[in-house]
Design a protein. Structure first.
Ligand code: M6R
Length: 368
């Protein structure tokens, strides 16, 4: 049932192209984005003046990724908040606030309570969920299902990628309703998303390379992850995977914060994973990261660089280079996260841990 794999997580990592394709299917009809159980009218979407994404763990990271896209496409302010913090701090909500509750299981207690709090304040709630008929979608105004299929591994992989895609559909639906994107622009963004399963399939070609690297890093004390822009939540996700599976100290940082403290952690041989943006995208982002890598390499870090194929500028600074296909900036998390999932799983396996059932964790956290 693990499809010939040693652990479910690897099977689920390999199912990611299908998870994306299935999540996108049926959501672009007659030239328009359509959501699932659309109990929010176009007028409701037009009235939205602020968006919150509330979630926990990896789902929260999917929200951090979405913020870049939704703000860019809709010009609406987007706040992304841990569900457990949101409900205890009296957030400013009213009927023109859209709260997007992201949850693979649809049963996470913190997220469910955040949904209840938002609805009590008259905010509109849209659930992004992987489980049909779960409690969170049942208590929401509208639902967009991710179709990643059941996820057995406690560490989220295919559900995470599907959440990013679904959050993007929410952003495009808002942009369409508000008219902040022309129909042909919405169509172009959707078609780029539709091309992602193929790009993720290509990244899966790096699995054996990354597993070998994982075996080399198995005895490390800690690993740091750096990224900028959408690469920053990818760094957070890579660190979370490593903590939960390999019980290794791991931190994700915004690369621009390095000199504000974390650079003091860099010492000889410390593995640092850097998520590079495309050299063809925002040039300034790329050059800033190149200078960050050169700084940490000069201080003796072992640099592991996830970069777009053909990006020659990073080569001199990469002790280990993992190449991912060229995709537009906002879609990069869908390819750059994949090697980080494999890395964490393989480090954990090399250390003798059960990759599918890490200690102290449950697949669905139904207590606050
Ligand atoms: O079912 P949910 O998406 O609501 O779960 C949220 C988190 O508990 C979950 O993403 C958790 O962080 C995973 N173990 C991460 O791999």
């Amino acid at each position: 049932e693990k499809g010939g794999h040693e652990y479910f997580m690897l099977k689920e990592i390999e199912e990611q192209p299908d998870a994306l394709a299935n999540t996108l299917r049926g959501h672009f009809v007659g030239g328009r984005i359509v959501l699932d159980e659309q109990r929010l009218s176009d007028q409701d979407l037009r009235d939205v003046d602020k968006v919150f994404v509330v979630a926990c763990g990896s789902a929260y990271h999917s929200g951090l990724v979405a913020k870049y896209a939704i703000e860019h496409w809709t010009r609406l302010p987007v706040e992304v908040e841990l569900a457990s913090e949101f409900r205890y701090r009296d957030p400013v909500l009213d009927r023109d606030t859209l709260v997007v509750a992201v949850s693979q299981s649809g049963e996470t207690a913190d997220t469910l309570e955040a949904v209840r709090h938002a609805r009590a304040q008259k905010a509109r709630v849209l659930a992004v969920c992987n489980t049909n008929g779960a409690q969170i979608p049942r208590e929401s105004d509208a639902v967009l299902y991710t179709h990643a299929g059941p996820e057995i591994g406690v560490a989220s992989t295919k559900a995470f990628l599907a959440q990013i895609a679904a959050n993007y559909l929410v952003g495009l639906a808002l942009a369409q309703a508000r008219g902040t994107k022309y129909p042909d622009e919405v169509a172009r963004e959707f078609h780029e998303l539709e091309a992602m399963p193929k790009a993720v399939q290509q990244v899966l070609g790096t699995v054996e390379q990354v597993r070998a690297l994982g075996r080399e890093l198995a005895d490390s004390k800690a690993v740091l992850f750096l990224g900028r822009h959408v690469g920053y939540p990818v760094a957070l996700e890579g660190a979370l995977k490593l903590k939960e599976l390999a019980y290794m100290h791991a931190e994700g940082f915004a690369a621009g914060e390095l000199k504000h403290g974390p650079i003091a952690l860099i010492e000889e041989g410390l593995p640092v994973v850097v998520v590079m943006p495309s050299p063809k995208g925002r040039a300034v982002l790329h050059s800033k990261l190149v200078s960050n890598i050169s700084e940490i390499q000069a201080r003796g870090a072992r640099t592991i660089v996830i970069a777009e194929e053909g990006d020659e500028t990073v080569r001199p600074f990469a002790d280990h280079l993992i190449e991912v296909p060229a995709v537009s900036t906002l879609l990069q998390p869908l390819v750059s996260t994949v090697p980080l999932q494999v890395l964490a799983a393989e480090i954990a396996r090399s250390r003798g841990y059960d990759v599918d059932k890490p200690r102290n964790l449950a697949k669905s956290v139904t207590v606050e």
